[in-house]
Design a protein around this ligand. Structure first.
Ligand SMILES: [Zn+2]
Length: 234
């Protein structure tokens, strides 16, 4: 069993795990999502402002209609007043006219307030549309950056796949199977190096007598960590 070659495979597999994790957690995704959220908020605001404008316009139209009705009514009453002789009748007409004028004045005031609100909504709509256009540009840029990052991550993964295929071509199939089984059972580390009497896989001390036994193994036999059973490089 060529542990050195398998250790190279393990290094590639670790790099591949990291590359796949990075591909699944690209920071550019959060940037793109935040830009999309910003644009959606601005579009909702534009919708609100357009509805507000619509309401104001229809209310203004209602006021104008009522204004015209009052005008017609007043003209008719004025004409009537000229032909009235009885003072009580004249008084009643004048009272009715006064009420209509009060109503018209109040309606005109409401109309002016609505015109103010309408021009405020126009200004807000203009600003929000400009901000929306800017947010759409930001989103397009974030999407392009994300696509580039995804492409780059995919390229790294493809490169690692090719390198692994090259490497395992010269490795015995049953050795590779052993390595893969161990790697699956040992959190991605099948082969560990002994450093300062410690297993690099489980970080447990290997006793002096165990180390000695490992050293005495024939060259064609591989050593196992007595604690975690990972393959040990001598
Ligand atoms: Zn160990």
């Amino acid at each position: 069993m060529d542990l050195r070659a398998l250790l190279d495979v393990q290094r590639l597999d670790t790099a591949m795990d990291q590359a796949r994790h990075a591909r699944a957690n690209l920071p550019e995704v959060a940037v793109q999502e935040s830009a999309a959220g910003k644009l959606a908020t601005l579009r909702a605001r534009i919708g609100d402002l357009l509805r507000e404008q619509g309401t104001l316009e229809s209310e203004l139209a209602g006021i104008e209609k009522r204004d015209a009705e009052i005008g017609t009514h007043l003209a008719r009453l004025e004409k009537q007043l000229k032909s009235v002789i009885a003072p009580r009748e004249a008084e009643a007409l004048q009272h009715e006219m006064k009420n209509l004028m009060i109503e018209r004045e109040a309606a005109d005031e409401r109309g002016l307030a609505m015109l103010d609100a309408s021009s405020a909504a126009d200004a807000a709509l203009g600003e929000t549309r400009a901000a929306g256009a800017e947010a759409a540009r930001e989103l397009a840029a974030a999407e392009a950056t994300l696509r580039d990052a995804e492409k780059e991550a995919d390229r790294v993964i493809a490169e690692l796949s090719v390198a692994r295929a090259d490497l395992i071509a010269s490795i015995d199939a049953s050795d590779l199977a052993t390595y893969e089984r161990l790697r699956a059972n040992h959190a991605g580390v099948a082969i560990a190096e002994i450093k300062h009497g410690v297993c690099g896989g489980c970080h447990m001390d290997i006793s002096a007598s165990e180390l000695d036994a490992i050293k005495r193994l024939p060259a064609d036999q591989f050593a196992e960590c007595p604690n975690c059973t990972r393959l040990l490089l001598r």
